[in-house]
Design a protein around this ligand. Structure first.
Ligand code: ADP
Ligand code: MG
Length: 348
């Protein structure tokens, strides 16, 4: 539905045509893509459809004074891809709705879509529709991503059992370190001045991990298809917060071994030059888009062997405990403490 009539409506048609020309394509089960009142998908063999959506508002979720339209699009798509990855599903179809302020021209909208499709394209995701409106305030962007798994098989948050091993993919804390580097370290808590220089390659790596994160689609598909994981979630808020979601949904507790948290050489080096504790970055940093999952101890050997052959980095970081245990972390000196909520401050 278009809110404004006249010239705006004509501009809207032209924009949609440009989007369709540039980004729409055929895909095997798509009967009708952009260009009718609804998109039509011929449901393949019995499948589960996984549908996730995100609404992003300028000034709340992104700042167009510091981020390019392309990177806003890329990161928005990646957050949705990561949700689909955490379900163990294959991403398939994308819908994008926009409310666009007058100051945001068609060229920048196309840039935004370039970012969206740069993230989605490699996974074979097809843009099948959306909606477009004018906005009196900032830019609003709503993304809906649809994925599939075979019927009866998905990775939920609620499947963890007492005794299960807790794993993460990749490394933790990189995105927060990259964000702090980009922000010139203007965090609320005044951080001490760097004690030394950080290698350019480390800086570039951390900033790339923030601006161009990678959703763990391959890892999610593998864990689901091989039936190796009992529960999974993607790390968008940070380990401590997202682990809590698994514990609440599964009605269990958890013990994390701080010494086991996977931290990249770049993140360690960054923490050292800023006199921060890398473990704090790893526990509280959000937007790493790694997967956190649980697996029965009997599967541990198979899981770790398969990960190696597939070239997936996974690290065991703890165990699922009974609910009454709560969520605790074991320091390198062996001391147990409750895992703080998400805030950085809780460590001090
Ligand atoms: P309606 O008035 O029925 O909402 P529109 O003119 O808004 O129809 O949409 C026409 C076609 O263009 C539909 O297929 C719709 O899904 C698609 N479309 C509209 N806006 C966008 C957008 N921002 N991104 C992708 N597709 C869009
Ligand atoms: Mg419409």
């Amino acid at each position: 539905m278009a809110i404004r009539k006249g010239r705006h409506r004509i501009q809207e048609f032209a924009l949609i045509q440009a989007l369709a020309r540039r980004f729409a394509k055929n895909s095997s089960h798509l009967v009708q893509g952009i260009g009718d009142d609804a998109a039509v998908i011929a449901a393949p063999a019995p499948a589960w459809w996984h549908v996730t959506t995100d609404l992003l508002a300028e000034g709340v979720h992104f700042d167009l004074r510091t981020a390019s339209a392309e990177s806003v699009g890329y990161r928005a798509a990646m957050a949705n891809l990561s949700d689909i990855a955490a379900m163990g599903a294959s991403p398939r179809y994308l819908l994008v709705s926009l409310a666009v302020p007058r100051t945001f021209g068609a060229a920048r909208i196309l840039e935004l879509y370039e970012g969206l499709m740069q993230a989605c394209g490699p996974h074979g995701v097809t843009l099948i529709g959306g909606d477009t409106s004018a906005s009196q305030t900032g830019l609003f962007l709503s993304i809906t991503l649809i994925g599939t798994t075979i019927s009866g098989r998905a990775l939920f948050r609620h499947g963890a059992h007492v005794g299960d091993c807790i794993y993460v993919t990749g490394t933790l804390g990189d995105s927060l370190a990259g964000l702090q580097l980009l922000a010139g370290n203007k965090s609320k808590r005044s951080t001490p001045r760097p004690s030394g220089p950080l290698r350019k390659s480390h800086q570039d790596y951390l900033i790339r991990r923030h601006l161009h994160p990678t959703a763990r689609i391959g890892e999610g598909l593998w864990l689901n298809r091989a039936g190796l994981a009992t529960a999974a979630i993607d790390l968008s808020d940070g380990l401590s917060g997202d682990l809590r979601h698994i514990c609440d949904a599964s009605r269990v507790g958890a013990e994390i071994d701080l010494g086991a948290l996977p931290i990249s050489p770049a993140c360690s080096a960054y923490a050292e030059t800023r006199r921060l504790r890398p473990l704090e970055l790893a526990l509280t940093g959000g937007e790493d888009y790694e997967l956190l999952f649980t697996a029965p101890p009997a599967r541990q050997t198979a899981l770790e062997r398969q990960a190696r052959t597939r070239g997936f980095q996974i690290t065991r970081i703890g165990s699922i405990r009974p609910r009454r245990f709560g969520m605790q972390m074991k320091s390198t000196d062996g001391a147990m403490r409750p895992i703080p909520m998400t805030s950085y401050e809780h460590f001090h």
